[in-house]
Write a protein that binds this ligand. Structure first.
Ligand code: AMP
Ligand code: ZN
Length: 116
């Protein structure tokens, strides 16, 4: 599945066309709260660049992955989190519904393993 950047909801959040408070940001990525949280803490870290998934982003702009993880560092430090899960859903079968790469940061309750 692919979505053009002009139709992409996360591109619209990055550009500000759809308002969403930035919890943290840097030159290549922003962090927002997930609109439908699955745990007490559920953040999304979005690269500013539109790529369909994490590996496409890694291939086209590897420094954006560093920028994403820098925001994870900021968020866990700000929130005092030591126990959390980081997830890049990739492909519909793996649960991806927005085809603009994004990292889920989930915490605040016991998280089962293996995932469903
Ligand atoms: P995924 O299923 O991995 O593609 O994750 C997409 C995530 O984006 C879901 O957890 C949605 O709840 C979240 N989401 C969709 N639209 C918005 C929005 N406008 N603001 C914040 N989060 C959103
Ligand atoms: Zn996009």
């Amino acid at each position: 599945m692919s979505t053009s950047a002009t139709e992409c909801i996360f591109c619209k959040i990055v550009s500000g066309e759809i308002p969403a408070p930035h919890l943290a940001s840097n030159a290549d990525a922003i962090a927002i709260a997930d609109i439908s949280p699955v745990a007490p803490t559920h953040y999304l870290i979005l690269p500013r660049r539109h790529e369909a998934n994490a590996i496409a982003l890694h291939r086209s702009e590897p420094e954006a992955m560093t920028a994403i993880f820098a925001l994870v560092d900021t968020l866990i430090t700000q929130s005092g989190l030591s126990d959390y899960r980081l997830i890049f859903n990739t492909g519909e079968e793996a649960g991806q519904s927005v085809f603009h790469a994004h990292l889920h940061l989930i915490a605040g309750r016991p998280l089962s393993w293996p995932p469903g």
